[in-house]
Design a protein around this ligand. Structure first.
Ligand SMILES: N[C@@H](CCC(=O)N[C@@H](CS)C(=O)NCC(=O)O)C(=O)O
Length: 222
């Protein structure tokens, strides 16, 4: 094992932290899980804010260090336990494609979904502004979905023939796109097929089973 320091993972079921949860389980590293209950705003309490001042999950503590931001943590985990091949190494073009995917998930898809689920983050208390943010979120998400579909065409996994941490992120974002709060979204057969492939992985099913003990959520094709 290349990580000798204690790993503690902070998460909430079906949040974007699920991508990191999957990567941790796939990595074979030892880690301790700590649920941060977003329903009771535990993430806004002093204890969690001392770990992550943004109050968001995921966070991963590595000994004395703390890493936040799903993309950064996924990159870190991809660089541990190299025999698991969760992320190609520097110099391999596929590594940069994995970054392209992860950044697209965090900076585009996640923010568009957030603008639909939690429009007040962008529009405050103004009712009309919230409706406008949601409507624009739907349009933005449709455009992003078209991009995902185009980039996944003919691909088994996000960056080619092997599963990578980018697929874990695509899986979670796909789950979110099936949420009832999204009034309309284009068909996305390539993204769905990839999400189903990710779901076939034993590590993914283990993690989802653990998360569902605290908050049950649906896997659309189950
Ligand atoms: N940029 C962060 C965003 C993390 C984020 O928005 N996490 C959500 C759950 S998916 C959260 O903790 N929300 C609670 C809050 O911000 O109050 C990342 O990519 O890790």
């Amino acid at each position: 094992m290349s990580v000798d320091e204690k790993l503690t993972f902070f998460y909430f079921p079906r949040a974007c932290s699920l991508a990191v949860h999957i990567a941790l389980e796939e990595s074979g590293l030892d880690y301790e899980r700590r649920i941060v209950d977003l329903r009771t705003q535990q993430n806004r309490g002093a204890e969690y804010l001392a770990t992550n001042p943004t109050g968001a999950v995921p966070a991963l503590t590595i000994g004395e260090h703390t890493l936040t931001e799903a993309h950064a943590i996924l990159t870190y985990l991809g660089d541990q336990n190299l025999e698991k091949n969760l992320l190609p190494q520097p110099g391999d073009f596929r590594r940069y494609q994995a970054h392209q995917w992860m950044n697209f998930m965090s900076s585009s898809v996640h923010t568009y979904v957030r603008s639909i689920f939690r429009s007040s983050v962008y529009a405050g208390e103004d009712h009309e502004a919230n409706a406008a943010v949601k409507a624009q979120g739907i349009k933005n998400l449709a455009k992003a979905t078209a991009t995902v579909e185009q980039r996944l065409a003919g691909q088994r996994w996000a960056i080619g023939d092997e599963f990578s941490v980018a697929d874990a992120y695509l899986f979670v974002m796909y789950l979110w796109t099936t949420d009832d709060r999204i009034a309309s979204i284009p068909e996305r057969p390539n993204w769905e097929a990839l999400a189903k492939r990710v779901w076939q992985r034993p590590a993914v099913q283990r993690v989802v089973a653990v998360e569902r003990q605290d908050r049950n959520y649906a896997i659309p094709w189950e």
